[in-house]
Design a binder for this molecule. Sequence first.
Ligand SMILES: [Zn+2]
Ligand SMILES: [Zn+2]
Length: 353
Amino acid sequence: MHEVVVNLHMHTRYSDGSGLHRDIAQAAFSAGVDVVIVTDHNVLVQGFEGYYKEKKKKVLMLIGEEVHNQARDPQKNHLLVFGSSRELATFAENPQLLINQVRDAGGLAFLAHPDDPEAKAFKETDISWEDWSVQNYTGIELWNALSELKTVVPSMLHGAFYAFFPALVAHQPIPATIERWDELLAQGRRIVAIGGSDAHALHMSLGPISRVIFPYEFHFRTVNTHVILTEALSGDVHKDKKLIYEALAEGHCFIGYDLPAPTKNFRFTAQGKDASVSMGDEIPAKSGVTLQAKIPSLAEIRLLKDGNVIQTWKNQTACTHITTEPGVYRVEVYRRYMGKLRGWIYSNPIYVR
Ligand SMILES: [Zn+2]
Ligand SMILES: [Zn+2]
């Protein structure tokens, strides 16, 4: 098992972000993430994919894109596309056709910020995912740091406040998105959850105050997708890219909010009579399954079956649950930070069939 910390979903000057790819690499060195996936709007930027090195630090930069129909009003249905061999923005008009094209081009498709409310004070419209009839996508962006910010800024003043105290923003994924995910899983579908930063490193001015709000480096220390690989990264871009995207496609990953405390080394596994599996995998219910979660430091662990909490462990670093009941099992971990109980870790499910 080799875990890599991936920060994904971010924008540069090739779309509406303020930074360059080298700024992102620099921020990744400082924050200590292993991999970044840059996704500018409607353009698959060429020439930046690869390893960036500085002294003993190294980061793998992968390039995807975020596709949406710019002629649509409001501009809903944003799709994150990773690992596609070609530009696909021309298919933005029809989400299902776009998803099919992504699959055809060997890529992964994640519905970006499924619930992304209006933020009137910033003239930001609601850009939630709307076309829920779509099929055949890889998963959803369960936790998007920017959507969550929109939920806490009723006024410009709130915006300025959070710009100075960004650590107060993140609480948990938007509850409606979690509900939607559980509904999709209940239909028997396998939907991979990822966490994205949607980093733009925007400049904001309010009177005499002007600063870059939510810089890349801050985002890289907050909501990350931790991916569990079958082998260590080799340093070969082509090989490592394949390893990472295969693991993401299988759901061998969890969402970690790394600001309160590092989430690295979280594990959720299941052992049966003849099999031993991890997040994203399936295991037969027959003859019993032992579910186990391990977390890197004391916190509150909740085990959910088909969207409902079935057991809670407080102040623990590990827990075990034995079952013979088929269902979709997943783990949420909470811990106190900045005066509130906040979501810390969201696992992908283990499918007990
Ligand atoms: Zn978007
Ligand atoms: Zn975005």
